[in-house]
Design a protein around this ligand. Structure first.
Ligand SMILES: Cc1ncc(COP(=O)(O)O)c(C=O)c1O
Length: 349
């Protein structure tokens, strides 16, 4: 694949900033190169030294977990950083466009707008699947990215795999980003295994959901080594803090927490769905492959307000096209879900 025709020329030719920790990689020595404070930190642990700019230890751990070489892993300050960088390396302004399929994760649009890039919205079908023909016929000469979120936020469903293949196979002038933020809860295999077959695909995942590390801010983009090289070139030099790197490394070794979380959350989700389904005011619960459910219900707006007044916070999606009268509910602990169900019953009684 000819990446030079996709990557903006000034990015392709960019000579990246070379940080002190890029130039000297050893761990021992007298460090007088990065203008740090040699006395340490006003904390029990010392954080006075800059962290590894390339996060190699985390990448090695992820490489073993995901069965992918380290040079196909980019680590961002949340996947939100990866979304922004991918837009910035391919789109220069309103002449360039991205395609997104609403209702979907809001940051694709926000990031594109911040970068003054045109947005082509091709809504999902009534069943929240891709409108493949319309997506492909909406592609303009300067379109550089198609965003696909699967399982999709806020609808929770997975996108038909064959539709994704059709998009990938028929869009060669840019990247297809497959956002798998919720893949750990799903029975669908990741597209990571397809990266060697499709060089226009970038898969995004995050530690913010099933891994339980949202506050540490760490997201991954997996792609062809050449794409990863460019993302590394344009990221801020020390985009992942040292404390995050240390904690994530420790967390990645605890696989049991992840597997237990997935099992418990999926179990709690099924219980919650059964309880909600028993209510006549619930119109439809969309099939969910994520850790949340989108529920279409009577008087959704009033219910949402009532729940807030009772300090039960959900996400009202009623104003989003195709999500009329719908509330997105994150699956909580069983006792939290019980409070929710009880408050909904109270509201309708
Ligand atoms: C689909 C999707 N992608 C990405 C993100 C952002 O993830 P991160 O916390 O890694 O920035 C979210 C967060 O809600 C999401 O729903």
């Amino acid at each position: 694949m000819n990446y030079q025709s996709i990557i903006l020329p000034h990015i392709w030719n960019l000579k990246p900033y070379s940080s002190a920790r890029d130039e000297f990689k050893g761990k021992e020595g007298v460090f007088l190169d990065a203008n740090e404070n040699p006395l340490g930190s006003p904390l029990p642990e010392n954080w006075n030294r800059y962290p590894d700019p390339m996060q190699w230890e985390i990448k090695e751990e992820l490489s073993a977990i995901k069965q992918i070489p380290v040079n196909q892993i980019f680590i961002g300050n949340g996947s939100d950083e990866a979304i922004d960088l991918i837009i910035r390396m391919t789109c220069a302004g309103p002449a360039n466009s991205i395609i997104l399929c609403p209702p979907t994760y809001g940051m694709y649009e926000v990031s594109a707008s911040i970068n003054h890039v045109s947005i082509i919205a091709v809504p999902l079908t009534q069943e929240y699947q891709l409108n493949v023909d319309q997506i492909l016929s909406s592609v303009k000469e300067e379109t550089r990215i198609i965003f696909i979120c699967s399982p999709n936020n806020p609808t929770g469903n997975k996108i038909n795999r064959n539709d994704i293949y059709q998009i990938i196979e028929n869009f060669q002038q840019g990247f297809v980003i497959i956002d798998e933020a919720y893949i750990d809860f799903s029975d669908e295999p990741s597209f990571i295994t397809e990266l060697n077959n499709f060089h226009n695909v970038i898969v995004m995942q995050t530690l913010s959901k099933a891994y339980g590390l949202a506050s540490l801010r760490l997201g991954m983009a997996y792609a062809h080594p050449q794409i990863i090289q460019i993302l590394n070139k344009i990221k801020p030099p020390y985009n992942i803090g040292g404390a995050t790197q240390a904690l994530v490394l420790e967390a990645l070794k605890n696989r049991d927490f992840l597997f237990n979380s997935i099992q418990q959350i999926n179990h709690a989700k099924n219980t919650l769905i059964s309880e909600l389904e028993a209510m006549p005011q619930v119109i439809r619960i969309f099939p969910s492959q994520a850790n949340f459910i989108l529920v279409k219900m009577e008087k959704a707006q009033e219910l949402f307000d009532y729940l807030i007044s009772q300090q039960v916070i959900t996400r009202n999606r009623s104003n989003v096209a195709l999500c009329e009268n719908s509330i997105r509910i994150t699956v909580g602990l069983p006792e939290e879900n019980q409070v929710l169900v009880q408050k909904i019953q109270e509201f309708y009684s």
